[in-house]
Design a protein around this ligand. Structure first.
Ligand SMILES: Cc1cc2nc3c(=O)[nH]c(=O)nc-3n(C[C@H](O)[C@H](O)[C@H](O)COP(=O)(O)O)c2cc1C
Length: 182
């Protein structure tokens, strides 16, 4: 039976570089895995008042995450941190208190930026949140993808061979980590 890796992208932008990387990983899913890209752009802002209420968008998202075998975050950097939409999704999945859907999931982080340092700040802010949420986050290899605007063709397909090779190796390490933590 195939297992499912969910990708949460930190970008809501059409034609986003994070989304392009997610598409490459989805189209080149590791053997035995289905890769599914989760939608976070329509989630209402997290509000603790809703913890006792049924908010369909929250419930659907929490159920989607619950069903995953692992979760991969691919994110740009916004002002040296993670985009608000990504933090919102993390917060929604973490509540109501005691019912976090993140806890115990194997996870991995890829950050990308048009700049040279590949979203290092976002990557590590995200790792801090994931540590608290008890996501079992892959430590190595780290993935800071810089100069991201140079990596894709005019249709948004990943065209840089070194980055393809790097991502293939990264996903192999992630699969080994998923097996190890199972
Ligand atoms: C509000 C905002 C803040 C940004 N802050 C940073 C930053 O701190 N560091 C960085 O390298 N790039 C920063 N950028 C540039 C983004 O990394 C760049 O737009 C990136 O390609 C977005 O990823 P996407 O293509 O997946 O949407 C920022 C962009 C926006 C819109």
């Amino acid at each position: 039976m195939s297992r499912t890796i969910g990708i949460v992208s930190g970008s809501l932008r059409k034609n986003s570089y994070s989304g392009n990387l997610a598409n490459y990983i989805k189209d080149n899913a590791p053997a035995g895995f289905e890769v599914k890209i989760l939608e976070i752009g329509d989630l209402p802002l997290y509000n603790q008042d809703y913890d006792g209420e049924e908010v369909k968008a929250y419930t659907d998202f929490r159920n989607e995450v619950k069903a995953l075998d692992a979760v991969l975050f691919i994110t740009p950097e916004h002002n040296r941190s993670i985009p608000a939409a990504l933090k919102n999704a993390l917060d929604i999945g973490s509540r109501p208190y005691g019912h976090s859907v993140w806890s115990g999931k194997p996870g991995a982080v890829i950050s990308q930026s048009p700049g040279a340092i590949g979203g290092f700040g976002a990557n590590h802010h995200l790792r801090q949140v994931l540590a608290f949420l008890n996501v079992l986050t892959l430590a190595q290899p780290e993935a800071y993808i810089g100069s991201s605007y140079t990596l894709f063709d005019e249709n948004g397909a990943l065209s840089n061979e070194d980055t393809k090779k790097f991502l293939d190796g990264f996903m192999a390490a992630f699969v080994a980590w998923i097996d190890k933590t199972a």
